[in-house]
Design a protein around this ligand. Structure first.
Ligand code: EZ4
Ligand code: CO
Length: 403
């Protein structure tokens, strides 16, 4: 079998997705996700100019060799753009191998360690009351794990907590980044109040999670983790930006609140120290950003010897294709923790027909060969690319903040 053609499809059925389609001379094809939220076209150029010409005519069964060729062979290793391109190609090749073997991906990996994959979904509110209502509703809908976020009173709504004020502004209409306002001293005492109210209302049967979006320093995160201990969080996510991995030693000395990290990591090297020193409990790398199925498998196996569990990032900008790859890895990986799932627009489901499905608080892989996700190119053509960004954050005095 030989790779005959590789297409890159960019479409925006609610948000932008970059999808790779590898077509073989035997008619089999595979699909991969290569989306980097807010930097999509950089990956398209990387693939079209630098990757695809090198792969035409190669044997698509040689997944490991192609991965190494694109990683070591580029000389310029790592980085989100390179690794998203590798991830998209890798996922599509595993899809082809699954179809050729007539086996679902989790079988190729070694078979199922579990029947279904635990997920968490998101609730955000402008007030504590609004967030509590949302959590109650999701719990009643059958969710077993829920991420809860709340806006800071007196400041405009922040990402994940409701419609931002400037979504009505010119900046938003021009597709430029919105700017959010941040105040650590107001946030730190607010979050424990939210979780106190949540535990009073829903009890301790449901898992509760919280995402800090990298906005704290280690000592501030240590304080927050300590204050949250009575409320038994499943985890505190992205407490601190982790370029300085040893920074997590400080948080760890002070709190038993479990820590999760990794949604912006690309390789095992970004989390090697965090894992080997047992500074985190969950590693949140995802197939589209950390080297595809090949990358995830390597990172999760490494994590397994240090009691660190998997928790693939799965927001709306991780496409249903990457979600398919994630769910198959989740079904296999022995040290599975949880899978994030924030749902998709109707148009996104229509554009990516998929064999995975949701059953209340779980995702099921289905039994289709490969990762079981396809792309409907006619639907994709209806939703052209639109420039869009993640927001940026500034402190109340204007200082640009981590996000
Ligand atoms: O900010 O998906 O846990 N999920 C998150 C997400 C990320 C975006 C980045 O593209 O924090 O909302
Ligand atoms: Co996050």
């Amino acid at each position: 079998m030989k790779i005959r053609d590789i297409k890159v499809i960019v479409a925006s059925p609610g948000r932008n997705f970059v999808t790779v389609k590898i077509i073989t001379d035997e008619g089999l094809y595979g699909i991969g996700d290569a989306t980097v939220n807010g930097r999509e076209k950089a990956v398209v150029a990387y693939l079209e100019e630098h990757v695809i010409p090198c792969l035409i005519g190669r044997d698509p069964m040689q997944i490991e060799d192609i991965w190494q060729y694109l990683y070591k062979g580029a000389y310029w290793r790592r980085g989100p753009i390179t690794m998203a391109a590798i991830s998209g190609i890798d996922m599509a090749l595993w899809d082809i191998k699954g179809k050729a073997a007539n086996m679902p991906l989790y079988q190729l990996l070694g078979g199922a360690s579990r029947e279904k994959v635990l997920i968490y979904q998101h609730v955000g509110g402008l007030t504590i009351e609004e967030t509590v209502e949302g959590v109650v509703a999701l719990k009643e809908a059958g969710l077993e794990a829920i991420r809860a976020q709340v806006s800071i009173p007196g400041l405009p709504p922040i990402y994940g907590t409701g419609k931002a004020k400037d979504q009505d502004s010119d900046v938003f209409r021009q597709g430029l980044p919105t700017e959010e306002v941040w105040a650590t001293h107001k946030y730190l005492p607010l979050v424990p109040k939210l979780f106190e109210k949540l535990r009073d209302t829903v009890g301790y049967d449901v898992h509760l999670l919280h995402d800090v979006h990298h906005r704290l320093t280690p000592i501030e995160a240590a304080r927050l983790g300590k204050d949250l201990e009575p409320f038994r969080l499943f985890w505190l996510e992205d407490a601190v930006p982790a370029e300085l991995q040893e920074g997590f030693r400080l948080i760890r000395q002070h709190t038993t609140t479990p820590l999760a990290l990794g949604e912006i990591f690309n390789t095992i090297w970004d989390c090697q120290q965090l894992i080997s020193e047992q500074l985190i409990d969950y590693i949140r790398v995802t197939s589209v950003h950390a080297g595809g199925v090949t990358g995830l498998r390597r990172i999760f196996d490494f994590a397994s010897i240090y009691h660190v569990r998997s928790a693939c990032h799965g927001p709306m900008d991780v496409s249903p294709v990457a979600m398919g790859a994630n769910v198959h890895v989740d079904r296999w990986v022995p040290n599975f923790g949880i899978q994030e799932y924030s749902g998709y627009t109707e148009a996104t489901h229509e554009m990516f027909p998929h064999s995975w499905s949701q059953d209340k608080g779980y995702l099921l892989t289905g039994e289709a060969p490969g990762h079981g996700v396809d792309i409907d190119e006619k639907v994709a053509a209806k939703y052209p690319y639109e420039r869009a960004y993640l927001p940026v954050a500034r402190a109340t005095d204007g200082t640009l903040w981590s996000w």
